[in-house]
Design a protein around this ligand. Structure first.
Ligand code: C5P
Length: 308
């Protein structure tokens, strides 16, 4: 085989409930992941030694060395199958980015998931999705979900997944990309500081009304139940987001929230036409760097081409 290309989606969290910090520094989460139609593409090809090239949206801000999450995924997969007898020789990883970097959309985790799936194919290692998810979880909290896609409940660090049994309703979103980035660890640390209540944060729980809105496929209800515990911390670090969120709601969004640790804002629209109107109005309002229309749920990482 001479190369494998995998397409992988960005994610939103329709609910992101964050508990107190754990002993390992991570936070216990209950989250509702939702994959949306904004994709990176990752190609792996046999090479004398491992290497990474990044092109596209924000490429200059992605490490092209051992710190790259896709690169770390390749190393983790090779270590996991070392004794399996398969050939796991060097690979050149080429990442073509459309998911903005450090934007709360899990772009880095998505690239890691795509690299795992592509190398599993290239090396014919034959690992199951579950096995790839377990390896992915050692690389990043959101990698397993990027493999799974759809809509799923995440627990633990976010890596323990249960697919949500929901109808095939498509939701129409407008993403407002910010002029800047947020560091995920810094957003979590800010949340811890903002939580001054004695005893700290409560253990997080799944939002039952959100799940029943998803089961009913009711966009209006879903919009009214969007929630993100990280949002106050993201807004404290990036105050301009308050204006972006307000503008989207005033322009008719069914709901609005900061995506993950931000600074991207996500707005739910009633249908594709409303999403177009909202996207046009938001980009005219001067409250973000650019906008994109996406829909979800979308499947997880998938091989789009393999050449021999
Ligand atoms: O797992 P990942 O590398 O994506 O996480 C990035 C950072 O986000 C972690 O280093 C940690 O600071 C924070 N995090 C957390 N609790 C989680 C997931 C992430 O505190 N459940």
């Amino acid at each position: 085989m001479t190369g494998v290309t995998v397409r992988v989606p960005a994610k939103l969290n329709l609910q992101l409930a964050v508990g107190p910090p754990r002993a390992d520094g991570y936070h216990h989460l209950v989250t509702v992941f939702h994959a949306v139609s904004l994709f990176d593409q990752v190609t792996v090809e046999p090479a004398g030694r491992d290497g990474v090239t990044v092109t596209g949206e924000g490429a200059d801000r992605v490490p092209a060395d051992h710190d790259n999450l896709a690169f770390r995924a390749v190393v983790a997969l090779r270590a996991a199958v070392r004794d399996g007898g398969s050939g796991t020789a060097g690979v050149q990883v080429t990442i073509s980015k459309r998911i903005p970097v450090a934007a709360g959309l899990a772009g880095g985790s998505a690239d890691a998931a795509a690299a795992l799936m592509a190398c599993n194919e290239l090396w014919a290692t034959g690992l199951t999705q579950q096995q790839l998810c377990e390896i992915g979880a050692t690389v990043g909290s959101d990698v397993a979900f990027a493999l799974l896609g759809g809509t799923a409940v995440g627990r633990g660090r976010g890596e323990q997944l249960t697919p949500a049994l929901v109808p095939a309703t498509q939701y129409h979103w407008v993403l407002a990309f910010a002029d800047g980035q947020l560091s995920t660890p810094e957003v979590y640390a800010t949340l811890d500081r903002l939580r001054t209540a004695p005893g700290g944060a409560a253990e997080p729980g799944l939002d039952a009304p959100l799940m029943s809105a998803l089961r009913a496929g009711d966009a209006k209800l879903v919009g009214s139940r969007l929630s993100n515990d990280l949002q106050p911390a993201a807004v404290a670090l990036f105050p301009a987001l308050r204006k972006t969120l307000t503008a989207g709601l005033e322009l008719g969004a069914l709901g609005a929230l900061v995506a993950g640790s931000g600074p991207t804002c996500a707005f739910l629209a009633a249908n594709a036409e409303r999403a177009l109107d909202l996207a046009v109005a938001l980009s005219g309002a001067g409250v973000c760097r650019s906008v994109a229309r996406v829909s979800g749920p979308t499947p997880g990482a998938a091989v789009v081409s393999a050449s021999w």
